[in-house]
Design a protein around this ligand. Structure first.
Ligand code: PEP
Ligand code: MN
Length: 340
């Protein structure tokens, strides 16, 4: 249930509503909106009676929240969330481009790629220090050394960095170095990790599980928000299907659905969806046209020598071309806000 306060409701009126909610053993979560505060009631086992709240000073209306993902839902926050990372805005008409290699391999590799993607217009740099690999014999990432390289990249280029926290053990360390913490597809329902991400005070990119429904994905985001971290960016990265012409199948239909259901920003990772670089630019064009708030793209200056995901990594020149191709598409569609 959502208790919407009047525009002029005083802090003490808000506190009084919170106190009544808590006296019943529920959790009250005030959600500051553009114009007014709404208070979301959480942890109520059954329906909550609206009557007692309607009579309280400062209360405008009481709205039932019908979705199981309460904080993530547009019912509890009609306006799009905008998340800011180092001066870069993500969500609600702002387009963010995140680019970089799959894995951080060396300082030279990371800096070379970072300079090139920055020059082409990327706003954030990506690169894994801890890699979730299918084979235990494959390159697992440089670990903390990789995180230190990411700090150098940020220092030298000014680009905020996105990197994956693969498990609970390394979360503290990743949180210290990263500007945005990534939770990968294989961990979308790692509930311990989601709860830890909920306690983080940095934005989280939550990738869709490769076999997850949209409801499961939004419930995973709810875990993070329920923990108190409102800065969640959803990332569609393709799902498993019978197709073998691509590594996964990019579910572009998820974008309008998520935008309707949730106020959270949603970006698209065409690289892991495609698994091969020839599909990355066309899928990026389509993703922008369908209304995503950004892209996360793998780029490598020597993809043939890459230690991870070389086949799907764009050459820097191709990334430059991608940037040029998506710009006019974005110009046509970027006025589209939440309700369009
Ligand atoms: C990645 O971003 O390199 C990655 C491992 O992504 P995903 O979790 O989507 O496979
Ligand atoms: Mn990768």
């Amino acid at each position: 249930m959502l208790i919407v306060m009047n525009q002029k409701a005083s802090p003490s009126e808000i506190e009084a509503v919170v106190a009544v909610i808590e006296s019943r053993g529920y959790t009250a979560r005030p959600m500051p909106g553009g114009e007014r505060v709404a208070i979301c009631v959480l942890h109520n086992p059954g329906a909550v009676e609206a009557g007692p709240f309607l009579g309280m000073p400062g209360v405008k209306e009481v709205i039932p929240v019908t979705h199981p993902y309460k904080l993530v839902s547009r019912e509890s926050q009609p306006e799009d969330s905008v998340i800011e990372v180092g001066g870069v805005k993500i969500g609600n008409g702002h387009m963010v481009i995140i680019a970089g290699p799959c894995a951080i391999e060396s300082e030279e590799q990371a800096l070379t790629i970072a300079r090139k993607v920055k020059q082409a217009g990327a706003q954030l740099f990506r690169g894994g220090a801890f890699k979730p690999r299918t084979s235990p014999y494959a390159f697992q990432g440089l670990g903390e050394e990789g995180l230190k390289i990411l700090s150098k990249v940020r220092e030298e280029t000014g680009l905020p960095v996105v990197t994956e926290a693969m498990d609970h053990d390394v979360f503290d360390m990743v949180e210290e170095y990263a500007d945005v913490i990534q939770i990968g597809t294989r961990n979308m329902q790692n509930f311990t990790l989601l709860r830890r991400a909920g306690r983080a005070r940095k934005p989280v990119v939550l990738k869709r599980g490769m076999s997850a429904t949209i409801e499961e994905w939004l419930m995973a985001a709810e875990y993070i928000m329920e923990g108190g971290n409102t800065q969640v960016i959803l990332c569609e990265r393709g799902v498993r299907t019978f197709a073998h012409h691509s590594r996964n199948t990019l579910d572009l239909s998820a974008i309008p659905v998520v935008r309707k259901e949730s106020h959270l920003p949603i970006i698209v990772d065409p690289s892991h969806a495609a698994g091969r670089r020839d599909q990355v630019i066309p899928l990026s064009r389509a993703a922008v046209a369908v209304g995503c708030h950004g892209l996360m793209v793998e780029v490598h200056h020597e993809p043939d020598k890459a230690l991870s995901d070389g086949a799907q990594s764009l050459y820097p020149e191709q990334f430059g071309s991608l940037m040029q191709q998506i710009e006019p598409i974005f110009e046509i569609f970027h006025p589209l806000k939440s309700q369009d």
